[in-house]
Design a protein around this ligand. Structure first.
Ligand SMILES: Cc1cc2nc3c(=O)[nH]c(=O)nc-3n(C[C@H](O)[C@H](O)[C@H](O)COP(=O)(O)OP(=O)(O)OC[C@H]3O[C@@H](n4cnc5c(N)ncnc54)[C@H](O)[C@@H]3O)c2cc1C
Length: 418
């Protein structure tokens, strides 16, 4: 290691940590990234949103991502399990959306590109370095980590950025985690060949398949490689008293939309299981600490928001840290503003997520109308836009009002969710 004191130490080299490190380097800060794995490493979360592109451009990493040849994603399709209805968000048709497409990525490769880019910009990256302790002192923050050879090290910085993902390192130590009630889910997933996905203009679309209390994702990663995952309540999973793969296979069989596409599917990898509990931390900032990505909070991945939120918070968090160091402060008003803005952005997705599992939402969402350009506004929110125009904002409000009315006085045709 070249030195023992940095401007900023970043825990975690995922999209949030790499974006934070690259942004800090662009601002001229010295940065140490401590990452417990050896990259490239497998990670779930493969479907990106159009507004990721804005940050790729800012970081200057877009040419490398483009050269990697990831699958282009032009839309998101939401299907009923029995195939009776579906709706497609075409990102190029959102009049409030600036970016017409996105990507489906193998995270091992994608995360490695981002981390190497941060390194090329001058961040010091230490892999196989497990952070075990942190201590905030008056004039610095001290971090302890264990290297691959088992040796313990102690390093210091003016600020710590926690990008430890679901490990939620600093917030767990301070007992800050709060779960969203009713959102304790489990995900069972694998990669498959021989899956029949959409073609032509719709090639590359993600398919989200709604079941009664659960859903499938189908993400085409390459011409013959599709990520397929099932998300269901943890309590429901336990009640089945079956192995994860048995639950997954049975759900495929019972879900026409998925089954028909998977008749000739062969597993490349399967049986991966992850708990998928939506949570927020009571504080995203504290003295000398800023939390970003999943270490700030995690929400159900049904709208593929994770990586976009990770990179947005990574960038925004790094900007306020840079300014705080420049001002010689341990906590600033801008850090608090970062927290508010992050909560606002997350809540925009959350209002879709918490209603997604209700019948009245499905009845409006699966029978969409573009009257008043409502679909365009939904498109724009689900594409990940942060700076919503007034036009998009009132349309979204109108959409959720219609969903609310549907609950008490049905205005859309009833549809069955099987
Ligand atoms: C089932 C499921 C499906 C998902 N699908 C999608 C999707 O389709 N699209 C999408 O955008 N998002 C999706 N997500 C969410 C997405 O995976 C995350 O939001 C995203 O990876 C967050 O990035 P991050 O950098 O915050 O964390 P991570 O990518 O998890 O990176 C955190 C890093 O920190 C390291 N680390 C942790 N603890 C320590 C420590 N103590 N010391 C050193 N290093 C440490 C880890 O090794 C890891 O590399 C999904 C999530 C789940 C659970």
């Amino acid at each position: 290691m070249s030195q023992k004191t940095w401007d900023v130490i970043v825990i975690g080299g995922g999209p949030a940590g790499s974006t934070a490190a690259a942004t800090l380097r662009q601002a001229g800060r010295t940065v140490l990234v401590l990452e417990k794995s050896k990259f490239p490493r497998f990670h779930i979360g493969e479907s990106l949103l159009p507004y990721n592109r804005e940050i790729f451009d800012e970081l200057g990493v877009w040419p490398k991502i483009q050269a990697a040849g990831f699958m282009v994603k032009r839309g998101a399709q939401f299907w009923m399990g029995d195939g009776s209805r579906h709706t497609r968000m075409d990102f190029s048709k959102g009049s409030f959306t600036e970016f017409p497409e996105s990507l489906q990525v193998e995270r091992a490769k994608f995360d490695d590109i981002l981390l190497r880019h941060a390194e090329e910009l001058g961040a010091e990256v230490r892999e196989e370095a497990l952070v075990t302790e942190h201590r905030v002192e008056k004039d610095r923050v001290t971090v302890k980590f264990r290297a691959k050879d088992g040796e313990e090290h102690e390093v210091q910085a003016a600020f710590l950025m926690d990008a430890s993902g679901l490990g939620n390192f600093t917030a767990n130590k301070e007992n800050l985690r709060e779960y969203y009630p009713g959102h304790k889910k489990i995900s069972i997933f694998g990669h498959y060949s021989g899956v029949q996905m959409t073609t032509g203009e719709e090639k590359g679309d993600i398919l989200i398949v709604r079941r009664e209390n659960s859903w499938f994702w189908m993400i085409p990663l390459a011409d013959d490689k599709v990520s397929v995952g099932l998300v269901l309540d943890q309590a429901q999973f336990k009640a089945f008293k079956k192995t994860p793969q048995e639950v997954f296979d049975e759900a495929v069989l019972k879900t026409r939309t998925v089954h028909e596409r998977m008749i000739n599917a062969q597993p490349i990898t399967q049986g991966h299981v992850l708990t998928d509990f939506s949570y927020t931390n009571r504080a995203l900032v504290s003295d000398r600490i800023v939390r970003v990505g999943d270490a700030a909070g995690f929400i159900d991945p049904v709208f593929s928001s994770g990586v976009m939120l990770a990179m947005t918070t990574g960038r925004n968090g790094a900007q306020v840290v840079h300014a705080a160091i420049a001002a010689g402060k341990t906590r600033t008003f801008a850090m608090k503003r970062y927290e508010w803005a992050t909560r606002r952005h997350v809540s925009r997705f959350w209002q879709f997520i918490e209603r997604f599992y209700t019948k009245h939402f499905a009845q409006i969402f699966f029978q969409p109308t573009n009257k008043f350009r409502l679909l365009c506004a939904i498109n724009c929110a689900l594409a990940g836009r942060t700076r919503m125009t007034f036009g998009a904002k009132w349309r979204l409000r109108l959409f959720f009002t219609l969903v609310w009315i549907q609950k008490y006085h049905p205005i859309a045709k009833p549809i069955r969710i099987r």
